[in-house]
Design a binder for this molecule. Structure first.
Ligand code: 0O2
Length: 238
């Protein structure tokens, strides 16, 4: 078995011990109510963003007779994943620091029909006057070395509480069906730990090749759509 396997095991053991450490248990004991409240606020922020995309989809369907959004998935990051990120980023274990430094606790994934729909929807969202853009990571124009493609936006959206308006951070991931298909399978394979190093390297190359195929599939599907649009327009004129 390769050295990566042992490093992975050691890292997992370290994280498991860290998550049951006194520091973590104290933090959870002292902060149960504030943690639950904060997580509820992230849920509210997700609802706000999901509604915005549902409204846009509805408008496109009425105006242009097409839906740019295939589906929307959303999640609040689990406490375990948040704490792993606290360790990885080496940030203080306080709620303030978690809220400030971890910007993907609320995540909304928008699966689009075509690549240009991604940029169209991103523009529509960012043009809304209650949305503040904090960061863009364009892994479509600049895919990750492993082949991952998606457009990531970190935004702030207000939620309106009884006596307070609160800005919440949300990570919006926009991808096509092909990008999502690739990312979902790659994510599953990433957690398979007992693969010998040589085979793991070959699989990584294979995944990069699949990412290229998925990218060219997106481009071909877009061209087909354009041809259908042109054909429909010209037959309408005759
Ligand atoms: P999960 O389970 O989706 O929550 P940063 O937040 O800037 O400190 P990070 O987290 O590396 O650094 O940011 P990045 O690169 O924008 O990635 C965040 C998320 O994008 C990941 O969340 C994944 O959902 C997705 N992602 C990024 N790279 C890959 C990849 O190579 N393969 C797949 N399948 N997904 C990827 P989490 O927290 O890793 O997981």
């Amino acid at each position: 078995m390769g050295i990566e396997h042992y490093i992975g095991q050691a890292r997992d053991q370290f994280l498991r011990k860290s998550l049951t450490s006194d520091e973590f248990l104290d933090f959870m004991r002292e902060n149960t109510l504030p943690v639950n409240t904060l997580m509820a606020h992230y849920h509210c922020a997700i609802m706000e963003i999901e509604t915005k995309f549902n409204v846009l989809n509805k408008q496109f369907s009425l105006q242009y007779d097409r839906n740019p959004i295939e589906s929307i998935k959303a999640r609040v990051k689990s406490m375990e994943s948040i704490l792993k990120k606290v360790r990885r980023k080496n940030i203080p274990l306080t709620l303030e620091s978690i809220e400030k430094n971890i910007r993907d606790i609320a995540g909304v994934r928008v699966i689009c029909s075509f690549q240009d729909d991604i940029y169209l929807l991103a523009d529509c969202l960012l043009n809304q006057d209650d949305i503040t853009l904090l960061e863009v990571k364009d892994y479509i124009k600049n895919p990750k070395p492993g082949g991952y493609r998606s457009l990531h936006l970190i935004v702030e959206v207000p939620i309106f509480l009884q006596n307070e308006k609160k800005q919440m951070k949300v990570e919006v991931q926009l991808r096509t069906i092909a990008m999502d298909f690739w990312a979902s399978l790659e994510h599953k394979l990433r957690y398979k730990k007992n693969i010998p190093a040589e085979e793991a390297n070959l699989l990584a190359e294979e995944l990069i090749a699949c990412a290229e195929i998925s990218s060219s599939l997106d481009q071909r599907m877009e061209k087909i759509r354009d041809r259908i649009t042109r054909a429909t327009l010209s037959s309408g004129r005759q």
